[in-house]
Design a protein around this ligand. Structure first.
Ligand code: ADP
Ligand code: MG
Length: 362
């Protein structure tokens, strides 16, 4: 288990981590998601003991490593391996690159050779031993860096943005490999990413890092569907964020007034409570007039005010009295005959909305 207890990290005047606490269970994938500059790499470097926190405690399997001297640190660090964001290709063969950590640990020659082959196989690069490292593609180099890290059989693997700048095929390979490492060897994987979708795919637990603070920690379902505040919601792609006031509430099904528009959502908040509604654009369905006989509570007509195509998907803004963002496939967009300025019908479920009571300071 890795625990941060009120950790603060300053670089000079700059407070880079502000009161960060979390715990990471063994044998799980724990992911830090956050924008660039939010403090993800600093967290990983602190876990790897490359930095010492300004204040607060870091516990690894119960031991307070913040107090450790170099000798004790080496003992703990030997059970961890970190792959940096931009692994620099070393000179020499792939074999030499992967063997590096083992030679450092004075493992015998035969054993080194066995573990190098095993690790290369694990990352899908069997037979690459003789290749010159500098001739590898970015994706292959990243996999060699991971092979080097796992060759030492760590309990904890730290991966700093392991797929940043890689193509989708290499990304997929690395993600499957990370899952396999956890499943086959029970390795604890701690990784950072700015890609929320990657976080959702991989993580058992996610911590959202915003400006040196942990905005929220939870399962991917909690983070993606029940964000606690605007900053977290924004980071994880919840684009429909509406402030309103509860008008009526009948047994947990509330009518919420949002700028004169009535939206039905599930909440226990009583009438007159100010609330914020959070909804994912994928949860809004657009349809042709009269094509749905539905008892759905939230059905609106609105004008399309913005259209942005992103590959096979289209992102729309629709003004139904308040502006909502919806996402649909290019194919549906064409089949529905939609276009900028046209009217469309849309619907969403009361259960698709996450309601948070608003404090006046927000
Ligand atoms: P992320 O990995 O999320 O992009 P980092 O942890 O690398 O964020 O950095 C967080 C902040 O700390 C940034 O503003 C960065 O400039 C600053 N920072 C990181 N390392 C140092 C350092 N060694 N000295 C001074 N500032 C640093
Ligand atoms: Mg970083």
């Amino acid at each position: 288990m890795i625990e941060f207890d009120h950790v603060v990290m300053n670089f000079g005047e700059k407070e880079v981590l502000k009161d960060v606490s979390f715990s990471i269970n063994n044998g799980k994938i724990f992911t830090f998601i956050g924008p660039s500059g939010s403090g993800k790499t600093t967290v990983l470097r602190l876990i790897d003991m490359l930095e010492r926190p300004t204040s607060g405690k870091i516990l690894i399997d119960g031991a307070n490593v913040t107090k450790f001297h170099d000798r004790e640190k080496i003992q703990v660090r030997r059970k961890m391996s970190m792959v940096f964001q931009k692994p620099s290709p070393l000179r020499g063969s792939v074999y030499a690159n992967v063997a590096m950590g083992l030679q450092f640990r004075k493992v015998s020659g035969n054993e080194i050779s066995r573990r190098v082959s095993e690790s290369l196989e694990m990352v899908g690069l069997e037979g690459y031993e003789g290749r010159k490292a500098i001739t590898l593609s970015g994706g292959e180099m990243q996999r060699v860096a991971i092979a080097r890290a796992i060759a030492t059989k760590p309990n904890v693997l730290l991966l700093d943005e392991p797929t940043a700048n890689l193509d989708p095929v290499s990304t997929e390979k690395i993600e499957s490999m990370i899952m396999a490492l956890k499943d086959r060897f029970g390795i604890t994987v701690v990784l950072s990413t700015h890609d929320m979708v990657q976080g959702q795919r991989l993580a058992d637990s996610i911590a959202v890092v915003i400006d040196g603070r942990i905005g929220q920690i939870g399962t991917s379902k909690e983070i993606f569907y029940q964000p606690m505040d605007r900053a977290v919601a924004h980071m994880v792609g919840v684009e429909d964020i509406l402030d309103g006031v509860v008008a009526e509430n009948e047994a947990g099904l509330a009518a919420i007034d949002v700028n004169g528009v009535r939206i039905t959502a599930c909440t226990v908040a009583s009438p007159s409570t100010p609330v914020t509604l959070y909804m994912r654009p994928e949860d809004i369905t657009l349809y042709e007039k009269d094509s749905i006989r539905s008892s759905a509570r939230n059905m609106f007509t609105g004008r399309i005010t913005k259209v942005v195509s992103i590959g096979p998907m289209v992102r729309l803004k629709v003004d139904v009295g308040v502006e909502l963002t919806a996402v649909l496939t290019q194919r549906s967009f064409e089949e529905l005959g939609l276009a900028l300025g046209k009217e469309t019908e849309l619907t969403f479920k009361a259960s698709a909305i996450h309601v948070v009571e608003r404090r006046d300071t927000e």
